[in-house]
Design a binder for this molecule. Structure first.
Ligand SMILES: [Zn+2]
Length: 250
């Protein structure tokens, strides 16, 4: 059975038996993988603690062609983003990042850009308190890398550039319309939100998360990403509900 050594971020795990667990990880080299970690639920397992969600690890595992479940040989932690005593907001945000990636990335598809997005967003969220700007950044970039973010630079009615003026998003059509072509229909994305969207496309997550935004800018983008994600995910993510509660009052 071929042995793989991959750089991975653990997305989730679930029990396989009394002693074993399946881990789901996003790898830099092979996209999303699943592997059985044998004996990990025993108290003296060498793997226990290494394969926790949000951990950045070097993972060795065997996998056989045509089999979707590999077997973990060893794991070494490169960085644990939640550490020993994570704060609640960070824990909620990182769970949401992992669940979103797990939903959007199909198994067997290489996603090096998604790996870089997840890693840099975890780094940004570990270096400072997680805020709504970081979460918004992560959602919009997930949509973009998943090919689910329409091009909102131009009005699809008249061709006018709308990226610095704001627009109305026609969600199902995947189009932007300027106010005169939209005739009151569509989801409003104001000028400040359109500018934030531009900044997002040109900044790494730590820089974007440190910016301040005019009132309503992030809210418009949150509504936009919620509608776009809602169209592509067939369920409400549990971690999102909890994250909303954690951010209430911000
Ligand atoms: Zn127009």
């Amino acid at each position: 059975m071929p042995l793989h050594e991959l750089e991975a971020i653990i997305l989730r795990h679930y029990p396989l038996s009394d002693a074993d667990r399946v881990i789901v990880a996003l790898t830099r080299e092979q996209g999303k993988v699943r592997a059985a970690a044998q004996g990990i639920r025993k108290p003296k397992s060498r793997l226990a603690g290494c394969l926790e969600p949000s951990n950045h690890v070097r993972l060795q595992f065997w996998s056989r062609e045509g089999r979707d479940l590999g077997r973990v040989r060893s794991a070494e932690v490169i960085h644990s983003f939640l550490g020993r005593d994570p704060d609640f907001g960070r824990m909620c945000a990182f769970s949401y990042f992992a669940e979103l990636v797990n939903e959007l990335v199909p198994e067997g598809q290489e996603s090096p850009a998604m790996f870089r997005l997840l890693l840099s967003s975890l780094q940004a969220g570990a270096g400072r308190p997680v805020n709504r700007a970081l979460v918004c950044y992560f959602e919009i970039w997930c949509l973009k890398l998943g090919g689910l973010l329409p091009n909102y630079a131009y009005c699809s009615g008249c061709g006018k550039c709308v990226k610095d003026k704001g627009f109305l998003a026609w969600i199902e059509a995947g189009q932007a319309r300027c106010p005169s072509c939209a005739e009151g229909r569509g989801l409003p994305v104001g000028p400040a939100a359109a500018a934030a969207l531009e900044a997002m496309m040109a900044s790494p997550p730590d820089r974007f998360a440190a910016l301040t935004f005019p009132a309503g800018a992030l809210e418009d983008l949150e509504r936009l990403s919620r509608r776009l994600l809602g169209m592509h995910l067939d369920k409400q993510l549990k971690s999102y509900r909890i994250l909303r509660e954690a951010f209430q009052g911000e």
